[in-house]
Design a protein around this ligand. Sequence first.
Ligand code: ACO
Length: 326
Amino acid sequence: MNKSFILSTGSYLPKKTLSNDEIALKVETSDEWIRQRTGITQRHIADEGELTSDLAVNAAKNAIEKAKILMDEIDLIIVATTTPDKTLPSCATIVQSKLKCVNAFAFDVQAACSGFIYAVTVADSLIKSNNRIKYALVIGAEIMSRIVDWEDRSTCVLFGDGAGAMVIKSATHFNEITENPTRGIISTNLYSDGNVDILCTNGGISSTGDPGKICMNGREVFKHAVDKLTASVRETLKCNDLKIADIDWLVPHQANIRIIEAVVKKLNLSMKKVINTVDKHANTSAASIPIALDNATQESKIKPGSFGLLIAIGAGLTWGSVLLCY
Ligand code: ACO
């Protein structure tokens, strides 16, 4: 069967940062509270004129440069986002236009913070079922600062803006599968449960006519996140006849260090194998996994031939995992 594997990664964070102390000037909170409860020290905030597609394009250019391919070689673009530039067209087609990827077909995926896991799963499935696709560009990009209620201290401290990208290559076209037969996306699993009220916006296009602001029951989300991420990893290991010791690295959705630590403890995995970047950029929703992955590959924390998992949970609730050999 055709196989897909990660060729390169890229990321982009807006230049402007917002520290915990700066937030404490606007709402009743403190650097100490935010660090202790979430592990976050700062977030990046997009400039007024900067759009989600701009962040996506910057991350994509970074990944494409490393992949050493041309824009017109890209056959598929998927953008995972909850904060697109416009209601229509899709952010992915705007990215296609800005990058001049004239031979691609492009669409968005919306699964909130799990969006990147969903998008990688769709790209992998399309590559496996469609011989036309040689290179797929998968992006997670968000400007969460525009749907955050900056007067709500229970949510505004948690989120940030950013984008991450990945070029996924089809093995069939290049015979690279013979070079390293284990390399590639091994399995993916996705879930949702229709639990739509514990994390949502208070508006939307067909309800209020504007996107609304984020509302969340933090304690409930925390509990579901720990249980569901742990169950998803266990299921993936079981389906692939693997043990937790076989996993070299884990890139979890970067929402909160306490969620990550609780999952890792339940799985009996060493924290040394876990990629953690949430302190630097807070929760960038669908962008968090590709940003963390790009950081880890740049710092050689993830080496070619190593086995790892990407795991995420988000509003919906949606969750899932991707098992791969890098
Ligand atoms: N600064 C100071 N105090 C605060 C703040 C703040 N920013 N926010 C809430 N508090 C107060 C509350 O008002 C409450 O005060 P009270 O006891 O007088 O009523 C107290 O702190 C405790 O509030 P809790 O909500 O119980 O605090 P908790 O320990 O649960 O931490 C947090 C809150 C960090 C949101 C936690 O529940 C959490 O991490 N939940 C997961 C949510 C998450 O990560 N969401 C991201 C999106 S979903 C996803 O990506 C998976």
